[in-house]
Design a protein around this ligand. Structure first.
Ligand SMILES: C[S@@+](CC[C@H](N)C(=O)[O-])C[C@H]1O[C@@H](n2cnc3c(N)ncnc32)[C@H](O)[C@@H]1O
Length: 392
């Protein structure tokens, strides 16, 4: 997550500014830099991309957030009161000490070994996070549409908590999440979206700005696995960065939410229900489509400066169908994510380099960088490939 690196003697002044905007992450704590001369202040995902003065004068550091122990202590205390100290100790490693926030919802993963304590876990979470309305257990991401298997395990209405037979009006999972200063409508039960990818999106923004400097004009951006559109939110927010956009997905629920989001970000009308891919404005092609088929349509192929490939378990397999989307009359960029066993990273790198067209002179060969663990053996990686102009 984003941290502001602030010299010790300026911490108080920086905190006053951050608090004014309500941008201090509530779930994470401030910690000291390795040399002891600075503090790293955790910035909430909702904070604007470009921070105002005087905050913009401090360096931004991307680093793992350190959990706020006050909230953490609360959760352990409540759990201990509910299941007893011995049970907490017996399953010490299995309890879900971390969680993901989605607006006023919280998603937790519950290990099989403690499944029988599901209601108690939900209760402890609701008691320690009074602003949370609904707690959902996460059974993992499923199928081609990458939708999470979510089950409501606890809910709050006023001072009442519910664990069994939760009233249906409390289980609505459609929420608006503020990320990088913009609202994103999402519903994790019907369409993929992860708050944990903010850093990745900010990195894509940095590469996109580099490409714009190279081309000296707004970019034509293709996001063919766009989900509800979070990557586009960050890119559209940057002035004069995004020109033409193609945004598509195979999931009709994602497309419906995407329309709602684009309406807000673009301040223009879009349909309220999912529709097949079509041109709505001179600079917007949006809708339902299979990414692997896009390049068969001459209206879409060879048109895009930046292509985002965010279907990590199939990225390498789909690359050959996506490369023709690139505008090869100048420099272009592919930014992709890949899930791979750590031991297979060298062979995946070779495969990616075999598939891609020649890399722009002066840029490094694309290489997978590990972003985080996906499982005990698999790693979630990303790469960027700067493709040279086709001179043939
Ligand atoms: C990992 S999610 C990423 C979504 C979005 N880019 C984000 O960062 O939140 C992958 C998305 O690809 C979509 N998808 C899967 N197969 C597809 C295909 N063949 N064509 C288009 N979209 C596809 C899924 O519905 C899902 O929304």
């Amino acid at each position: 997550m984003r941290h502001l690196l602030v010299p010790n003697k300026k911490v108080q002044a920086a905190l006053t500014e951050i608090t004014k905007y309500d941008w201090l992450s509530k779930e994470h704590r401030i910690f000291s830099s390795e040399d002891g001369n600075n503090r790293l202040i955790p910035i909430s995902v909702s904070a604007n991309i470009n921070l105002p003065k005087p905050l913009c004068e401090f360096e931004i550091v991307f680093s793992e957030g350190k959990p706020n122990e006050i909230i953490d202590t609360d959760w352990w205390n409540h759990l201990e009161n509910l299941v007893g100290k011995d049970t907490v100790i017996e399953h010490k490693e299995s309890w879900p000490s971390s969680h993901e926030f989605f607006g006023d919802m919280m998603i937790v993963r519950i290990d099989d070994s403690i499944e029988k304590y599901t209601s108690k876990i939900a209760q402890a979470k609701l008691l320690s996070h009074p602003f949370i309305r609904l707690v959902l257990s996460d059974g993992g991401v499923m199928g081609e549409l990458r939708i999470r298997d979510l089950k409501p395990i606890g809910a709050r209405k006023d001072s009442e908590l519910y664990f069994d037979n939760i009233p249906s009006e409390l289980t609505n999972t459609k929420v608006s999440v503020k990320e990088s200063g913009r609202y994103i409508s999402c519903d994790p039960k019907v369409a993929y979206y992860s708050t944990k990818l903010q850093t990745e999106r900010l990195e894509t923004l940095r590469f996109a700005k580099e490409l714009r400097n190279e081309l000296n004009r707004p970019l034509a951006i293709c996001d063919p696995f766009c989900g509800v559109g979070p990557a586009l939110s960050t890119l559209i927010a940057e002035e004069d960065l995004a020109g033409n956009i193609l945004a598509s997905d195979l999931n009709s629920s994602a497309v419906e939410l995407l329309f709602e989001n684009l309406k807000r970000w673009d301040k223009r009308e879009y349909p309220t229900k999912s529709e097949k891919l079509q041109q709505y404005y001179d600079d917007r092609i949006v809708g339902l489509a299979d990414a692997t088929k896009l390049s068969q349509n001459p209206q879409y192929s060879g048109k895009w400066d930046l292509v985002l490939v965010n279907l990590p378990h199939r990225t390498i397999e789909f690359l050959p169908d996506l490369i023709p989307l690139l505008n090869r009359s100048d420099v272009s960029l592919i930014r992709g994510r890949v899930i791979v066993a750590e031991s297979d990273i060298p062979s995946a790198n070779s495969k990616i380099n075999e598939i891609l067209p020649p890399i722009l002179a002066g840029k490094p060969k694309p290489e997978l960088k590990i972003k985080r663990d996906y499982s005990s053996t698999l790693r979630l990686c990303s790469f960027e490939a700067w493709i040279g102009k086709d001179t043939t």
